[in-house]
Design a protein around this ligand. Structure first.
Ligand code: GUN
Length: 278
């Protein structure tokens, strides 16, 4: 039976540390503001954006809300970003993804000043992660590292399999585990013998976007399992990429869904905002 890695508790711990830090920075006359841009009103994005604004309020960071219509042009969005890049009162800029289809996401990400890129999506920040320089790191993978470290799970020297190769999660996740001296393999939809490969993992990190895909057969006895997925399953219940009840029985530690990786993403966004402020 596994120990449950409590993302809710750990994210709260991080937010409380940041709140104290922001209070000290404010006493020194420093203030932080995060510009949050949403284009259109995708229901999931509305929930995420609201949670981000709530976290800002809790920590003491001002959030500047830009709720733009679905029909907003790429040019208009670029103009807003250029304006915010120049605005000294704004420390972080977050453009909620996905964007409407008529807007090129890569172009938008690249328009954000790397110094204000609190999502860590800009190629300059991704490049810094690759070569081990300090820069903003994508929030979800950074949150996974914090979950492991704050649960006293040893990373150095361990075999880590990351299932998924997205720019936002899989790739930065693998690079962060490498930075922590794990031996890292990235698996994806074309990987052969996925089951056998996953069973070599001491730490299995799953971000494939397929509900309850990873069964007990994919997991080595005593492995640590981190589930980055989030889906609405049967009866509208939330579930991850891992078949939790089954894997719980053989893993040594596991993140639940909800209450595992999810809350960590926002905590790490707040961490990046405080770094931008500093
Ligand atoms: N959409 C889903 N996840 C994210 C995220 O981490 N940042 C942004 N900006 N959009 C997202």
């Amino acid at each position: 039976m596994a120990v449950i890695i409590d993302g809710k508790r750990i994210s709260q711990e991080i937010k409380d540390e940041l709140k104290e830090k922001v209070e000290r920075l404010k006493a020194d006359g420093k203030n932080a503001a995060l510009a949050v841009i949403q284009v259109g009103n995708d229901p999931a994005s509305c929930v995420y954006v609201n949670n981000k604004k709530k976290a800002c309020a809790y920590i003491g960071i001002e959030s500047l809300s830009y709720e733009l219509q679905e029909e907003t042009t790429e040019k208009e969005l670029l103009e807003l970003i250029h304006r915010l890049n120049e605005d000294e009162k704004v420390h972080g800029i977050l453009v909620q993804l996905p964007l409407p289809k008529h807007i090129n996401e890569d172009k938008i990400i690249q328009a954000i000043s790397p110094k204000k890129d609190v999502d860590g999506f800009h190629p300059e920040n991704v490049g810094k992660l690759v070569i081990g320089e300090k820069g903003f790191v994508s929030c979800t993978p950074a949150g996974v590292i914090q979950l492991l470290k704050r649960s006293n799970i040893e990373i150095a020297g361990k075999n880590c399999v990351v299932v998924g190769r997205s720019n936002i999660v899989g790739k930065p996740m693998a690079l962060l585990m490498l930075r922590e001296n794990a031996t890292v393999t990235i698996a994806h939809s074309k990987t052969q013998n996925l089951k056998e490969l996953c069973r070599t993992a001491d730490i299995l990190i799953v971000a494939i976007g397929k509900p309850r895909f990873i069964t007990a057969e994919y997991v080595k006895e005593g492995a640590v399992v981190v589930d980055v997925g989030i889906h609405r399953g049967e009866n509208n219940k939330l579930c991850g990429d891992v078949k939790y009840e089954e894997v719980f029985e053989i893993a040594s530690a596991i993140t639940p869904v909800p209450g595992g990786v999810g809350p960590m993403t926002i905590a790490m966004l707040m961490n990046n905002c405080v770094e931008a402020m500093e």
